[in-house]
Write a protein that binds this ligand. Structure first.
Ligand code: BDR
Ligand code: CA
Length: 311
């Protein structure tokens, strides 16, 4: 089974992925770390604690980045995930408390305790992973892998014509994390936009989950309105669950290997720039950035069926 730390900004699609991480028999969820993104960091921590409690799990939740490394934080527009991150539905009170450690410290401690065994799955802005790297540069040799939901290679962006939200929300952190030189897979919009979690599958999911299922279904209903208006589709892209799908079912994705970096300024701010390996470029830095794997497509039906079966 895969031992993971789940770094998240819940978020409607984060909540679906958290439910998978808590439920899947082949995932050992060592803890969650939270960041600003879809909501502020306090709300992200609250939601992570709540979802774990609704699933009946006691796992550590460590809070992290409250703002981007360099640019000021702009609160996310509330019509996507709701002001509370979960579609503005009424939520029960949280009993548990966050881990006293900062997210970066939690990541370093947890990976150091099990060198070579822990995969970091990051589905929000990447400040916590960047901070962990700064705290312990040797992490790059100690993690098993890093899987990032973020970016877009050929698909175009969802915040700007070229930038995806998780990268755009902290491009400087993303640049550090994506160019660090650890084994890394990017699962971006090229894959996640192929996957549409339809209302019929969501109804199946809701039925089997008790109170957690209600939260997933009701927040999904809110998120669905956004997709209907924005993309004209009936259903939601389960972006963050795709990172877990890649981890357990990589054959559902097409990937390419190459050099990857992030533009941090100007019109291209937050764009992931990918150079397939073994291509000659006149500008030499393209062959110096470490190699990573990026997803260029997905079997969308296969992925959403995997999500529905898991839940
Ligand atoms: C990503 O941005 C967030 O709104 C989602 O939770 C997902 O992680 C998709 O671009
Ligand atoms: Ca997210």
């Amino acid at each position: 089974s895969e031992a993971i730390i789940f770094d998240t900004d819940p978020g409607v699609d984060d909540a679906q992925a958290i439910a998978i991480a808590l439920r899947h028999p082949d995932i050992e969820l060592l803890g969650m770390t939270t960041t600003f993104g879809n909501v502020d960091a306090d709300t992200a921590t609250h939601n992570a604690l709540l979802l774990a409690e609704l699933a009946g799990h006691e796992i550590p939740v460590a809070q992290g980045a409250a703002a981007p490394m360099v640019k000021p934080r702009h609160p996310a527009p509330a019509h996507i995930h709701g002001a509370n991150g979960l579609g503005d539905i009424a939520l029960p009170a949280v009993q548990g408390r966050a881990d006293p450690r900062d997210a970066a410290r939690f990541i370093v401690d947890t990976v150091n305790a099990r060198p070579g065994e822990v995969t970091l799955v990051a589905v929000g802005p990447l400040g916590n992973l960047a901070a962990a790297l700064q705290l312990e540069p040797a992490l790059i040799d100690r993690v098993k892998r890093v899987v990032v939901m973020g970016g877009s290679i050929r698909e175009g962006g969802n915040v700007t014509p070229v930038a995806e939200a998780n990268i755009f929300n902290d491009p400087h952190a993303a640049r550090r994390v994506l160019t660090a030189g650890w084994p890394l897979t990017l699962v971006g919009l090229d894959a996640t936009h192929r996957c549409v979690l339809d209302p019929a599958r969501m109804a199946r999911i809701a039925a089997g989950q008790g109170r957690l299922g209600e939260v997933l279904a009701d927040s999904y209903a809110f998120y669905r309105d956004f997709y209907r208006e924005m993309l004209g589709i009936d259903g939601c892209c389960p972006h963050d669950s795709c990172a877990l799908a890649w981890l357990l079912r990589p054959e559902l994705f097409t990937t390419a290997r190459g050099h990857l970096t992030v533009a941090t300024e100007g019109e291209a701010e937050g764009q992931t720039v990918f150079a397939p390996e073994n291509r000659g470029y006149i500008e030499p830095r393209w062959s110096r950035t470490p190699l990573v794997d990026v997803c260029l497509g997905a079997d969308g039906e296969g992925v959403v069926e995997w999500i529905a079966e898991t839940l």
